[in-house]
Design a protein around this ligand. Structure first.
Ligand code: NAD
Length: 272
């Protein structure tokens, strides 16, 4: 399917872009013409996989650089945004994608499991958003007339609205992302900074492999998806590219569910 979004001249940071949805988003934004900072956790395996994403983009004629940072750490985030300035002299798009799961029954959930998920999925998204807004406002001290001063896209989840037993930390973090996104959108609209979310359903990535990597688990999963197939990273990436582009110039404060109808609760069809 052809990409019809134009991001030429734009600079983007994608967090957690060495894997899964983030990787798909980095490739899609680059294919649409953006120069991309491919964020990854500062460990050897993530660095190697980020280097592969950078290589795939440059081999296809695009521009990308790897950006090591644990996005839950304030000093790492400052360094990450410095890379966009040094290498590409600006920033137009932030995709807040990095996220983790640490499931446990609530009676067994340790404070560390609770805190780590909130630190990455919610605090990390705040830290990156704050750094992006500072960059946008520096570039555009007054709002531009014909375009946005910047765009932020959060990767949320259907679990910003669907409760998730045994993943209370994760669902709480994504519920938090929903109102973080809307509050920032309301606050920043007069500065012409657009803020939106994409909320994926079940996407084929390492984070949820047990839900799709055996025929039995896939059958169970598909019962939850009216559209009858699991999602792929590119399904999410295309929605992100559109929301980040000037084609979505009048869209802010919105969550776009990319979930094959999962939030339509298929169990209620003919029942309920
Ligand atoms: P994934 O495990 O493939 O990717 C997560 C990425 O985040 C990895 O690259 C990982 O290294 C990175 N990361 C984790 N902690 C980090 C940190 N502290 N600093 C920097 N990077 C960090 O899983 P994915 O499915 O691609 O997940 C991406 C996002 O999509 C997450 O926010 C997740 O909650 C969300 N999501 C995924 C699904 C799905 O079905 N796969 C559904 C809904 C939402």
């Amino acid at each position: 399917m052809r990409n019809c979004v134009d991001l030429s001249g734009k600079v983007a940071i994608v967090t957690g872009a060495n894997s899964g949805i983030g990787k798909g988003v980095a490739l899609e934004l680059a294919a649409a013409g953006a120069r991309v900072v491919v964020n990854h956790r500062p460990n050897e395996d993530s660095a190697r996989r980020a280097a592969e994403v950078v290589q795939a983009i440059t081999q296809a004629g695009g521009a990308a650089v790897a950006g090591p940072a644990d996005i839950s750490r304030e000093d790492d985030v400052e360094r990450l945004f410095g890379i966009a300035q040094e290498r590409f002299q600006g920033l137009d798009i932030l995709v807040n994608n990095a996220g983790i799961e640490q499931p446990a029954p609530v009676q067994d959930m340790t404070l560390d499991q609770w805190q780590r998920v909130i630190d990455v999925n919610l605090t990390g998204q705040f830290l990156c958003s704050r750094a992006a807004v500072r960059s946008f406002l520096k570039q555009h001290p007054s709002p531009p007339a014909d375009t946005a001063a910047g765009a932020i896209v959060f990767i949320s989840s259907v679990h910003e609205v669907i409760p998730w037993a045994f993943q209370a930390n994760y669902a709480a973090s994504k519920g938090g992302v929903s109102l973080l996104m809307q509050s920032l959108a309301q606050e920043l609209a007069p500065m012409k900074i657009r803020v939106n979310s994409v909320a994926p359903g079940a996407i084929r990535t390492p984070i949820n492999a047990p839900a799709w990597n055996t025929p039995e688990s896939l059958v169970q999963l598909l019962k939850l998806i009216p559209y009858g197939r699991i999602g792929e990273p590119v399904d999410v990436a295309r929605a992100v590219a559109w929301l980040a582009s000037d084609s979505a110039d009048y869209v802010t404060g919105h969550t776009l569910f990319v979930d094959g109808g999962m939030t339509l609760y298929p169990g209620f069809r003919g029942a309920g």
